[in-house]
Design a protein around this ligand. Sequence first.
Ligand SMILES: C[S@@+](CC[C@H](N)C(=O)[O-])C[C@H]1O[C@@H](n2cnc3c(N)ncnc32)[C@H](O)[C@@H]1O
Length: 343
Amino acid sequence: MCNARCEFCCVLPTLNRPEKSMTDEQIFEAIGRARAQGATEIGYTGGEPTVHRRFVEIVAHARELGFKHQAMSTNGIKLKSRDFCHALLEAGMTAIDFSVHGHTDEMHDALVGRKGALSAIREAVGHLRELRGSAPIHLSATTVLTSSNHQHLRKIMEMLEEIGLESKRIKHAFEGILHVDSVREQVAPYEDVIPSLIDALDYLATQPHGFQVTHIPLCLLGDHAVFSSDFERRVATIVFGDHELEGDPAQHVRSDIEACGRCALAACCTRFDDAYRRWYQPPNVTPFADDEVEALFERGRSRFPQSEYIIARVYQRYRENKHRSRDDLRMSTRASDPEDEPR
Ligand SMILES: C[S@@+](CC[C@H](N)C(=O)[O-])C[C@H]1O[C@@H](n2cnc3c(N)ncnc32)[C@H](O)[C@@H]1O
């Protein structure tokens, strides 16, 4: 269920269809099972997690079971209420990632299809920063890079800084696992968005806070590839009502173009969205050669000295994952009813 309607949403066709929602039993059962298997981190997404009427109870339950880190993606609309923010922190939420896609109320509200949405985020961040003293909470923002907002990306980043959303993530819009054709108008060709992206990253590299970019092929980022979170290879179980996906979510429904086969960073890259290759000609790219990668990080460190700590972390991920096969973390799906399996 969702209280917004983002134009580019990758799960749009499943929203506000109660028959697609997980039942409360499925939610509690999935959390219990994950904990029993040893999971200590949980992330809530959707839809919009905060519109679930038992959300605070679910978070409190997960904490009781032993989940140490609980994060959520949110449009922030419900967090306008200070009481709700307080209840979430008390229940055990440890990280909140706000989706922010425009630097003005007009632009953000239009992109998410809900008047007052950006103003709610501003209020929410104010409440959470005030409440932070009593319960530590990590606040961050994700901006989906689309054909309507990319020209304003730097301004969006500046605005996030102003309102106190310190960690920032920029993510190229993709079609998603449901094959949502309506996203197409919002997915801009890489060559259109890269200049604005580089400009925004140059700004972020002078700021004192963490930032990352994801779902852009590393070869298109040039020296700015040192800011990509794609070097991280995660294993997650994504639970839907009737099926689960297991593996690295960032590698799902992504595939190579011919040049990827010759790239030294192939194991650390989210490469191309399947739909991107259907919709657009892949750009001409020069794959990274083995001996270029150390030099890439070397240049990154001297070019972006204020972001040395970010680059050091990305470099460490590169060292850990460079020899990994892309297949070892490919997502596999388990469905109770094969009809429900995503294509
Ligand atoms: C589908 S949303 C659901 C959670 C919540 N309602 C929100 O707005 O953040 C989960 C995450 O996916 C991002 N997202 C939505 N559509 C996307 C797309 N087409 N491509 C990439 N990311 C997308 C959102 O910004 C958010 O970070």
